[in-house]
Design a protein. Structure first.
Length: 232
């Protein structure tokens, strides 16, 4: 079922200006009845400014009157709002995360300088001017910018970041860098494990040889250095 363009604001207007039940308003706006109750009680996080669905062409006065006369009546949308189409442009970033963008840009520039400004702009949703300012260390807030992983900051996904890095490295004609320290540590671990295994093998053979030698010795043999407890 089609819903108003601004469900919460529409619900606030219907609560204030009609005698429709909370169930009818919730059904029409696509909300939970408790959300409508919160709007009616002004317990919502932010007091909403009502949006008139009649003026917006989404509802008619006749439809509201039908609903007010019959509490079981389901309001019918008069004209559904036009769907919102995503236009081409920078990636949208929530307001709460926009302050983290410079940190994410600085991290990419520091750790993957082969990634172009255009790729960074698509990943994080910023402008070439901002990227250039951070790259040239002329950004107005440069003193407070700390390189941070943009994936951890929630500015992009790991898959998108890896794809951009791989594309940049391919364009540069280079392969993905390998961590030589990891290789050396792995080789050292293999040598250590092999040495420990060989030592365990030698210890086991020595113990077996000692056990066999003990079985061949006379039972009344006194170990040198230990006094015979039966000898007076």
């Amino acid at each position: 079922m089609a819903q108003p363009l601004m469900p919460h604001a529409t619900a606030a207007w219907l609560v204030e200006n009609t005698s429709l039940t909370f169930e009818q308003i919730a059904e029409f706006c696509g909300l939970h009845i408790l959300e409508v109750q919160a709007i009616a009680d002004d317990t919502a996080a932010t007091k909403l400014t009502g949006r008139d669905p009649v003026r917006a062409g989404e509802l008619t006065h006749e439809e509201i009157e039908k609903g007010q006369k019959d509490s079981s009546y389901v309001l019918q949308m008069h004209k559904a709002p036009d769907p919102v189409r995503r236009t081409r442009g920078p990636r949208y970033t929530p307001v709460s995360k926009r302050q983290d963008k410079p940190d994410g840009i600085a991290w990419i520039i520091k750790n993957h300088p082969e990634v172009s400004d255009g790729q960074i702009g698509k990943l994080i949703g910023t402008t070439r001017t901002t990227i250039a300012a951070i790259r040239e260390r002329s950004h107005w807030n440069m003193a407070n910018i700390t390189p941070k992983d943009p994936v951890t900051l929630g500015l992009t996904s790991q898959r998108e970041l890896d794809a951009a890095i791989a594309k940049a490295q391919k364009a540069a004609g280079g392969a993905a860098p390998t961590d030589e320290r990891f290789e050396s540590d792995r080789d050292a671990l293999i040598v250590q494990l092999r040495a420990e295994r060989e030592q365990h093998h030698r210890d086991a053979e020595a113990a077996l040889a000692a056990a066999e030698a003990g079985e061949d010795a006379p039972s009344d043999e006194i170990v040198p250095g230990i006094r015979d407890p039966f000898k007076r």
